[in-house]
Design a binder for this molecule. Structure first.
Ligand code: GDP
Length: 304
């Protein structure tokens, strides 16, 4: 099974899949368009969340970072007048230093991630979507901000005029991503931000054409007219999409076989334009994640 993922909604669903499928059978293709260098350490926020999820270290209260991590380095830097763009915990920082060391030695992001997976004892295949540098840039009335400056630095408050994924046209899906897609038929697009998490993966050369030949089930991160969390609504509006499951389906286009929306959602199948199935998609506990994961697996049986 292949899952396309960002760093919050889809990891919750993966937590459920892990209870019913062995990790060895799970491949996660992860967004890298929010990656950033912080204090000479290579932070790949979505990849890191997935690494920590599978290694059991994730801080589930925040869905980023390592549980019980300390922040001595971040605090020491603050005292010296350096306010880091992201709150990096000390153990979390070690991951990012490890990655940066390997990249500096000439390894690509995929190789560095595989080394990290190995070091953390992870059996799932965690694949960055590409090896090239890709940056999500948010256009606001005050200027263009890197995604992290918009979301973490400015807490997502500026008005959003446009979103650009810088570098995406030159980026290619990796050989590992293409190989995984060649041997697997079932693809899940998790409930992640359609513009900044899933959008960059789908924008990679050739991915759409490949996905049209697969069984693809997407889970909507939007219920009614708002996201469960985060800035997806604002970013979808800026790109001209309605903030609804219908808008999410439009973002993904004709690659979908089934759209999963929440029981409480008012969207309907005729607007969404593909077979639409309703489940409880709010994953407030691991049991709820597991139940949604089971329901999704069942759906694959119906797709020819
Ligand atoms: P990011 O990388 O941190 O932006 O995280 P993602 O893109 O993976 O996930 C963010 C999206 O997940 C948001 O648009 C939320 O609406 C959605 N989300 C978070 N939790 C849930 C949940 O329990 N259910 C559903 N359906 N969506 C969720």
């Amino acid at each position: 099974m292949i899952v396309l993922s960002g760093g919050t909604g889809t990891p919750k669903l993966l937590q459920g899949f892990r209870r019913i499928i062995p990790d060895e059978e799970i491949t996660v293709i992860v967004n890298t368009a929010e990656d950033i260098i912080v204090s000479s350490s290579f932070v790949s926020p979505d990849v890191d969340t997935i690494l920590y999820l599978f290694s059991g270290a994730l801080d589930f209260s925040k869905w980023w970072g390592i549980k019980n991590d300390t922040f001595h380095t971040n605090n020491a830097l603050k005292k010296m007048g350096i306010n880091e763009k992201l709150m990096l915990g000390d153990a979390d920082r070690a991951t990012c230093i490890f990655r940066q060391e390997l990249i500096q030695k000439g390894l690509c992001l995929t190789e560095a991630t595989l080394s990290l997976s190995c070091a953390l004892g992870i059996k799932a295949k965690i694949l960055p979507m590409c090896n090239e540098k890709v940056d999500t840039m948010i256009k606001t009335p005050e200027g263009v901000l890197h995604y992290q400056d918009f979301w973490v630095g400015a807490r997502g408050t500026p008005e959003v005029l446009d979103v650009e994924i810088k570098g995406i046209r030159k980026a290619k899906p990796t050989k590992e991503v293409l190989d995984a897609l060649e041997y697997e038929d079932n693809v899940i697009i998790g409930p992640s931000n359609p513009i900044t998490s899933i959008g960059p993966i789908l924008a990679l050369k050739g991915i759409n054409e490949i996905l049209k030949t697969k069984k693809v089930i997407a889970v909507s991160p939007i219920i009614g007219d708002s996201p469960v969390s985060g800035p997806a609504g604002k970013l979808m509006s800026a790109k001209g999409y309605p903030v609804s499951s219908n808008g999410v389906a439009r973002c993904y286009g004709d690659i979908l076989d089934i759209m999963v929306i929440d029981d409480r959602d008012t969207a309907n199948e005729s607007d969404i334009g593909v077979r639409t199935v309703r489940f409880d998609t709010i994953m407030t506990s691991v049991e709820k994640s597991e139940s949604l994961a089971r329901n999704i697996l069942e759906l694959f049986r119906d797709i020819r």
